[in-house]
Design a protein around this ligand. Structure first.
Ligand code: NAP
Ligand code: MG
Length: 477
């Protein structure tokens, strides 16, 4: 398995013969190697997927595909400890996060396995003596570009839905997070997925990723990652008139009104930003608080921030390391620039005793962030929370919508009418009222407005996204 690609149900050496070192973000040590996949490997994987579509895979009923997905979910749970360990060491996840990720990975396959034979077509009333039916078909070969922050959850939601609908998949994981995805491909083969339905080519974005999104044999692309690469994916897929779903970043607001239940709100707000060390697209990274309770909320959040503990994954503390040295520098630069431009640090967690080779950043709460500041507008992708006061409901909505992103929002108020008004007025793919749902929510359609992307994954809507409709008009006169 080491340093190989998984194509056509088998391990193969990558065409270049080259590998990439796998680094444990908690210690900076090399713990393995993966293949440095190139365009030639992607080409082989797309061909294997195309062949699968011409083979037994295409003849399986929806129920049979569902059973394979359910069996894969079972294989994942049978290998749970191994996958948790791989995910924790490869991606720097504290153990509780790695455990939750692997359970959700299995849960996605279970959900789509159970759902797929309940997806019906439609009959459309038309002229006399005509039967019109709307049927759903797979796109064909689907490409899946996966980021490093929640690799297994994102694999489950995107590949799970694509396989459910009968597509054959080619996955390009991030080079910082390939180990569990490769293992899941092997488990899929063990579960009985036909050769070529689940191919994985690890490698860099600029080579393997670029080859996948621009391959003329790919019929659909699911991309999760940064807005910058999302633009490239949309440009490349447009050349072949291929549909893409883009799940990009976020700068999600937690909107706290003066009547909010703070006992509930405060822990959820802190968890919503420090979970996975802030490397969560749906992180609640802006804390917007009505001015009457701003000082109180800030003091209570600051109290928790000051007590946050960061450490190596196996210690399972509040925060683990960031994914790599580049991300740590990027996040640290955000913090340093904000301080230089006059932003006030209200509290910071400690970094006592973390291994010197690991990629750690102290969780940081910024207060009174000016509305035009970069910290108020741009995604940090680290454990950094930016607090700002607002006046009234209209001001809260305007401020919540004052970024180019729109992925998730939290609304904290006991006032029924306001809960609904604000939820409907915020431009984002999900809104949580008196709760916050970063992560999980297998059943809940998820996706962005604006710079957060377009299309929806998760829930039953993903099955529509990953398939194409055909209208069949039958004159039976
Ligand atoms: P990224 O740089 O966009 O990378 C995402 C994936 O795209 C990786 O597999 C990467 O490969 C690949 N890639 C890079 N350049 C490519 C190219 N030219 N063609 C094809 N693929 C290419 O993002 P990241 O830094 O890994 O992840 C962080 C970002 O993703 C954040 O902005 C975050 O908000 C967003 N995100 C969004 C969601 C969501 O559901 N909305 C979920 C998670 C993350 P390599 O890593 O191998 O270079
Ligand atoms: Mg790694």
């Amino acid at each position: 398995m080491k340093g190989m690609v998984f194509i056509g149900g088998k391990w193969q050496a990558p065409s270049s013969g080259k590998t990439i070192d796998v680094i444990d973000p908690g210690t900076g040590q090399v713990i393995g190697r993966i293949a440095d996949g190139q365009a030639a490997d992607i080409d082989l994987a797309v061909k294997a997927a195309r062949q699968a579509l011409a083979g037994p895979w295409a003849r399986l009923t929806a129920t049979e595909r569902g059973r394979l997905l359910t069996r894969l979910a079972e294989r994942i749970m049978a290998n749970y400890d191994e996958l948790v360990d791989l995910e924790s060491r490869d991606c720097g996840k504290v153990l509780s996060t790695a455990r939750s990720d692997i359970k959700l990975l299995a849960r996605y396959f279970e959900f789509y396995g159970g759902a797929v034979d309940k997806i019906h077509g439609e009959i459309i009333p038309y002229q006399n003596n005509h039967a019109v039916s709307l049927v759903r078909q797979p796109f064909g070969v689907t490409g899946h570009i996966i980021p490093w922050n929640y690799p297994t959850q994102i694999l489950g939601r995107s590949v799970g839905a694509a396989l459910a609908m009968g597509n054959a998949t080619v996955v390009k994981p991030a080079e910082d997070a390939s180990l569990s995805i490769l293992r899941v491909a092997e488990l899929a083969a063990e579960a009985g997925f036909p050769e070529g339905t689940f191919n994985v080519v690890p490698g860099y974005g600029a080579t393997a990723g670029q080859a996948l999104i621009s391959h003329p044999g790919v019929n659909f692309v699911s991309f999760t990652g940064s807005p910058q690469v999302g633009t490239i994916v949309q440009q490349e897929t447009a050349r072949h008139h291929v549909k893409c779903v883009l799940e990009l970043g976020g700068k999600s607001p937690q909107v706290v009104f003066a009547d909010a239940n703070l006992e509930r709100a405060i822990p959820a707000i802190v968890n919503g930003i420090i979970q996975n060390a802030g490397q969560t697209c749906s992180a609640g990274s802006r804390l917007l608080v009505q001015k009457e309770i701003y000082d109180e909320v800030l003091a209570r959040v600051a109290d928790r921030f000051a007590k946050l503990r960061t450490g190596v994954q196996s210690d399972d503390l509040d925060c683990g390391p960031l994914i790599n040295a580049r991300q740590r520098e990027r996040v640290q630069r955000f913090i340093d620039d904000a301080v230089q431009s006059g932003a006030r640090i209200a509290a910071q967690g400690k970094l006592d005793g973390v291994p010197s080779g690991g990629f750690y950043v102290a969780p940081t709460l910024f207060a009174d962030v000016p509305r035009e500041h970069l910290l108020a507008k741009e995604e940090v992708f680290g454990p950094v929370l930016a607090a700002m006061p607002f006046e009234d409901e209209a001001d809260a909505i305007a401020l919540a919508n004052d970024t180019d992103y729109g992925l998730v929002a939290g609304v904290w108020t006991e006032h029924g009418g306001r809960q609904q008004r604000v939820a409907r007025a915020i431009d984002s793919g999900q809104v949580y009222i008196n709760c916050y749902g970063a992560g999980g929510g297998v059943e809940l359609p998820f996706g962005g407005f604006g710079k957060s992307g377009h299309g929806r994954e998760k829930g039953l809507l993903a099955l529509e996204e990953m398939s194409i409709t055909k209208t069949i008009v039958h004159n039976y006169e």
